[in-house]
Ligand binder design. Structure first.
Ligand code: NAD
Length: 376
C-alpha cells in the first residue's frame, strides 16, 4: 500500500521515551502497509542537554525549551508528551486547548481525577487522543486475543496479567522521579506499570467489579545521586486480586505490577485459562505462543510465531520482534486510526480505558488502606 498522508509530530519530553519515538519514526520506511507517514518536526524539553541527541534527526526543524512554543507551531499536527506524571494534566490540557491531537503517555494524569479532566477536555474539543501501551501489538498477544475472542477457550476459569521488573532490588540504585509520590503519583508502581496490565483485560471488557489489593513499599530511601539519601515513598509492588464478570460468571483476574520481582527484566505476561483451552504469552519468549486445548491428555502446545506484526514490515517473518518494533507498530496503529483507516486492527488504549484503569488503582489504594475487598 502507498503512503497516502504525512503527519507532523512534535515531542514534549526528550527523555527515555521521547528518544524511542524518534527512533521508531527514523525507520518508518520499514513499514509496508501503513497508510500514514510520521514525520518528527519539533522537540521540546526544559533540559537543554536532553535536546542534544535530537540534533541528529534530520526532519526536526524546531528545538524548544517551552512547550507553549511547540504548541504554537503550524507544522505540528500531533503532539506526543512524555514527561513525569505530575505534569501530565497541565501539558495534556494545553495540547488539547491548542487544537492539536494528542498521543499521551500512561498513566494519563497523576490520578483518577486528573485522568477524568483530561478525558473530558478531549471529548469537549473533539480531539483524537490515545495512550501509549505497546505490548498488545506483539504477535503472541495478537494471537491470544484472536483465540480469546473466538470463544474457543470455553468458560473462563482465571486470568493473570503481569508486568515485572527487578532492577530496584539493588538498594544502591539512585532515586528518580518514578520513586517519589509527588512526581509519580500515589498509586506508585500502578501508575508506572498499570496501563500495561490493564489494557488487554479492559479491551476485552473484563473490568474488575471488585478487588483486594496487596501493596508493598520495600525500600524507603535510596541514594540521591549527590552523596546523600532521599526518601522513596511509592508503592514498589502491587498484586491486585480482582473479580471480573464474564459471560455471567465471576472470574478471578489477577493484575501484578512489580519493581522487585527477582530475575525479571521488563517481563510482560498474559495467561487466560478456560474449560476448553488456554493461552499464554510472555516477553521472556517474545516469538513464542503457548496454547492449551482440553483433550484426553492435557498438554501445552508451543508455536514460534516469528514477526507476525499487525502492520507488515520488511523484516523477515522468521525474525523476533523487540521493544522498538512494538513502539513503531503502536504508532502505526495510532496514526492509522486517526486517519480513520484502522479497520479490524487493534487500536491504542483510549481515554476511557485510561480512566477505567485509574478507577482500578484508586480502588486498590482504598483496599490497601482499609484492608478490605472494594467494589467498583
Ligand atoms: N510506554 C512505555 O513503555 C513507557 C516506558 C517508560 C516511561 N513511560 C512513560 O513516559 C513518560 C516519560 O517517562 P520517561 O521514562 O521518558 O521519563 P524521563 O525522565 O526519561 O524523561 C522525561 C523528560 O521530560 C522532561 N521534562 C520535564 N518537564 C518538562 C516540561 N515542562 N516540558 C518539557 N519537558 C519536560 C525532562 O527534562 C526529561 O527529559 C511517563 O509518563 C512514563 O510513565 C512509558
Amino acid at each position: 500500500m502507498k503512503t497516502i498522508t504525512s503527519v507532523r509530530v512534535g515531542v514534549i519530553g526528550a527523555g527515555l521515551m521521547g528518544r524511542e519515538v524518534a527512533s521508531a519514526f527514523g525507520r518508518w520506511f520499514a513499514l509496508l502497509d501503513c497508510p500514514v507517514r510520521a514525520e518528527l518536526t519539533a522537540v521540546c524539553d526544559v533540559n537543554p542537554a536532553a535536546l542534544e541527541w535530537f540534533r541528529q534527526v534530520p526532519t526536526i526543524r524546531h528545538f524548544l525549551s517551552d512547550h507553549s512554543a511547540l504548541l504554537a507551531l503550524d507544522d505540528v499536527d500531533v503532539v506526543y508528551v512524555a514527561v513525569p506524571h505530575h505534569l501530565h494534566e497541565a501539558i495534556y490540557l494545553d495540547v488539547l486547548r491548542a487544537g492539536k491531537d494528542l498521543f499521551a503517555e500512561k498513566p494519563f494524569g497523576i490520578d483518577l481525577a486528573a485522568a477524568r479532566r483530561i478525558r473530558d477536555e478531549a471529548t469537549k474539543r473533539g480531539r483524537f487522543v490515545r495512550i501509549s501501551s505497546e505490548f498488545p501489538f506483539l504477535p503472541g498477544v495478537q494471537r491470544a486475543l484472536g483465540v480469546i475472542k473466538s470463544g474457543e477457550l470455553g468458560r473462563l476459569l482465571e486470568i493473570r496479567n503481569s508486568f515485572l521488573h527487578s532492577s530496584d532490588l539493588d538498594p544502591n540504585k539512585a532515586i528518580n522521579w518514578k520513586r517519589q509520590s509527588k512526581f509519580c503519583g500515589e498509586p506508585g508502581v500502578m501508575n508506572d506499570l498499570g496501563m500495561h496490565v490493564a489494557h488487554v483485560p479492559l479491551r476485552l471488557g473484563w473490568k474488575p467489579v471488585s478487588l483486594y489489593a496487596q501493596l508493598q513499599k520495600i525500600y524507603t530511601e535510596r541514594p540521591d545521586g549527590r552523596g546523600g539519601m532521599a526518601s522513596c515513598d511509592t508503592w514498589d509492588n502491587a498484586t491486585v486480586h480482582a473479580t471480573a464478570e464474564i459471560a455471567g460468571a465471576s472470574v478471578p483476574l489477577t493484575l501484578e505490577m512489580k519493581r522487585m520481582a527477582p530475575t525479571e527484566t521488563n517481563t510482560w505476561s498474559l495467561e487466560v485459562l478456560g474449560t476448553e483451552g488456554g493461552v499464554r504469552f510472555s516477553t521472556k519468549e517474545p516469538k513464542t505462543f503457548w496454547r492449551y486445548r482440553r483433550q484426553a491428555e492435557q498438554t501445552w502446545e508451543k508455536t514460534d510465531l516469528g514477526f507476525a506484526m499487525p502492520f507488515k514490515t520488511i523484516t523477515g517473518g522468521i525474525f523476533e520482534p523487540g521493544f522498538p518494533d512494538l513502539l513503531q507498530q503502536m504508532w502505526a496503529a495510532y496514526l492509522t486510526e486517526r486517519a480513520g483507516l484502522l479497520g479490524e486492527r487493534f487500536g491504542c488504549a483510549t481515554p476511557d480505558e485510561a480512566v477505567a484503569h485509574h478507577e482500578v488503582w484508586a480502588a486498590a489504594l482504598t483496599s490497601q488502606r482499609e484492608q478490605r475487598v472494594v467494589s467498583l
